[in-house]
Structures are given as structure tokens and as C-alpha cells.
Design a protein around this ligand. Structure first.
Ligand code: PBG
Length: 325
């Protein structure tokens, strides 16, 4: 005899009203953070080939875009700069007149309520493309820390609400915190890329930011994709050094890491839906192989379900629009 079930999960799926009552996870525009690439100059809107819909923008255009972002109910932007000059020490990164610093001031002038987060790293600013100082092919840790602190101070002076170190040097959160506090930027928060994996999914970003390493790779400082337990150690260290928010990056192939961090720590978590993940969805959608709106919202929802409080994503504006309609 075929058994007739008395337990039927489908009872709670019969219509949208009931489904909405038992829905465990919500995705909202307020969960999203919109990355922006800032260049010098005026009136510049430069498409990035491998990231359809994303452009390099000059400061005036960034402010325009910030207006759209505010309108869509997205609370924050994450700024990356493409400087006018590069050198071995990444000097342009701490230049108060470079693109990111000017963008911070301009956004804060027009939209003070929009949270401005800045990427703290040297790779867009060094001629060798590495995230730290280099000596005989080695990436130096301790020598890089002071430079990162200077970059953070320059961004804080320009009005950044949060600074986000993505370099993966050991001890940088503590050094940045003490530099900020020493200059009375006690309210400038640190959103640290605590678990940043050495991922091939960063490919399109490196085109966008011109930050491909000129020799070697980033595996001596970014994490081995095989390691989840080590991610917990990295997060513990950053919390100990006074990180306010931790980032897990990339998002999709590392949802288990987000879940582990959620289960082990009581700190806000951001996950970074990176350039290569964006490019995959865009490419499949352009071919008509996937329905863009549905797959993007499903993927973003999975990041929230895994335990992320916020999501850095190039889909932010589209997603916010879809969520509102
Ligand atoms: C800079 C940085 C990178 C990304 C964010 N900050 C590139 C890298 O580490 O090579 C990647 C973001 C993305 O792929 O969307 N260190």
C-alpha cells in the first residue's frame, strides 16, 4: 500500500500569502552596497567590457550616480579609484586630490546621508599591481602597514564613513584603527576584508581597475580557496583588532564560509558578490540562457540566507529596481 503522508510541507506553499508568512529571509534594497569605479577628469563614462552596465566614472558622474542610488533606497557605495599615476609605493593612494578622495567630498556635499565606504589597497596604485610594497619579488607585510594607514587617513579626511582594507596584510586593521583614532577619526568604522580568497573570479575587476599583478600572483597574501577553518581564524583576528564589519569574498563559491562566520561570531557580515560572478550572470542573460532578474535575486537571497547582513554587488541598482516593482 502506498502510505498517505500526514505531514505535508506543501500545505504552507499553497498560495503566495501563506508563502510570504513563512518566508525566512528577506532581500531588501537596504541590504545592498553599490561599488563604483572613479577616474579623474570630467564627464567621463567609460564602459567596462567584461562588466556590462558598469562604467568608470569621473567625479561629476559619480555624484549623478549617487543620486540614482539614493533614490533606489540603496544606503551605501564602495569607491575604487583609478589614479592618474602609478609608482612602486602606490603614492597616489594617499593623495588627497586623487579621484576617490574628491569623490568622497563631492558625494558627501550632495548626499550626506549616503554611506561612503572606500577600498583601502595599493594594487590600483602600484606600477607592479601588488597590494603591498615589493622587494625582490616578495610582498612585504610590515613595511606596507604604514602606507595603508596613510591611505585610510586620507579617505577619512575626505569624509569616508567606513574604510575597507582589502590588501590582506597581517595586522592592518589594528594599525589603521590606531592611526584613525590618533587623528580623532574615532567614528570612522573599519569594514575589513577578513576572509578574502585568492580567486579567479576577480578577473573582470582587474581589467576595470587596471590592477592585474605584473608578476606572480596574490596567493602569498590572499587565502587559499580550500580553507574554511582558516577563514574563522582570520575573522577572529580582525575582530580582535577592532574591525566593525567583516567581509567574506567572493560570495557565491564561499556561502559556507559566510554561514560558518555567522554561526561563530556576533559581528555584522558583508559578502562581496564579485566581478566574475556578475560577469557570469550578465553573459548567460545576454545569451538568453538565464532569466537575469530571477537568477540575480535568487543568488542575492542565498547570500542573505547564508548569514550575510549586507551584500556588495554590481547588481545593486538593478536588484533595488526589481525589488521595488
Ligand atoms: C583590491 C581589490 C580587488 C577586488 C576588490 N578589491 C581585486 C583583487 O584582489 O585582485 C575584487 C573585486 C571584484 O572582483 O569585484 N585588492
Amino acid at each position: 500500500m502506498i502510505p498517505i503522508p500526514d505531514k505535508r510541507p506543501r500545505r504552507l506553499r499553497v498560495n503566495e500569502t501563506i508563502r510570504s508568512m513563512v518566508r525566512e529571509t528577506q532581500l531588501r534594497p537596504e541590504d545592498l552596497i553599490n561599488p563604483l569605479f572613479v577616474v579623474n577628469g570630467k564627464d567621463v563614462v567609460e564602459p567596462i567590457n567584461s562588466m556590462p552596465g558598469v562604467n568608470r566614472l569621473s567625479v561629476d558622474k559619480v555624484v549623478e550616480e549617487a543620486g540614482n542610488i539614493v533614490q533606489l533606497g540603496i544606503p551605501a557605495v564602495l569607491l575604487f579609484g583609478i589614479p592618474d599615476y602609478k609608482d612602486a609605493r602606490g603614492s597616489a593612494a594617499a593623495d588627497d586630490n586623487e579621484a576617490v578622495q574628491r569623490a568622497c567630498r563631492a558625494i558627501k556635499d550632495s548626499y550626506p546621508e549616503l554611506v561612503v565606504i572606500t577600498d583601502i589597497c595599493l594594487c590600483e596604485y602600484t606600477d607592479h599591481g601588488h597590494c603591498g610594497l615589493v622587494d625582490e619579488g616578495k610582498i612585504l607585510n610590515d613595511e606596507t602597514l604604514d602606507l595603508l594607514a596613510e591611505v585610510a587617513l586620507s579617505h577619512a579626511r575626505s569624509g569616508a564613513d567606513l574604510v575597507a582594507p582589502s590588501d590582506m596584510m597581517d595586522g592592518r586593521v589594528a594599525v589603521i584603527r590606531s592611526a584613525l583614532d590618533g587623528d580623532r577619526f574615532t567614528d570612522t568604522a573599519i569594514m575589513s576584508y577578513a576572509a578574502k580568497f585568492a580567486s579567479a573570479f576577480y578577473g573582470p575587476f582587474r581589467d576595470a581597475a587596471g590592477s592585474t599583478p605584473q608578476f606572480g600572483c596574490r596567493r602569498s597574501y590572499q587565502m587559499d580557496p580550500a580553507n574554511g577553518q582558516e577563514a574563522l581564524r582570520e575573522v577572529a583576528l580582525d575582530i580582535d583588532e577592532a574591525a566593525d564589519i567583516v567581509i567574506i569574498k567572493p560570495a557565491l563559491s564561499y556561502l559556507d564560509v559566510t554561514r560558518m562566520v555567522r554561526d561563530n561570531f556576533n559581528i555584522p557580515i558583508a559578502t562581496y558578490n564579485v566581478s566574475g560572478e556578475y560577469a557570469m550572470f550578465k553573459a548567460a542573460a545576454a545569451q538568453g540562457w538565464l532569466e537575469e532578474e530571477k537568477v540575480v535575486l535568487e543568488a542575492l537571497l542565498s547570500m542573505k540566507r547564508a548569514g550575510a547582513d549586507m551584500i556588495i554587488t554590481y547588481h545593486a541598482r538593478d536588484a533595488a529596481r526589481w525589488l521595488q516593482s
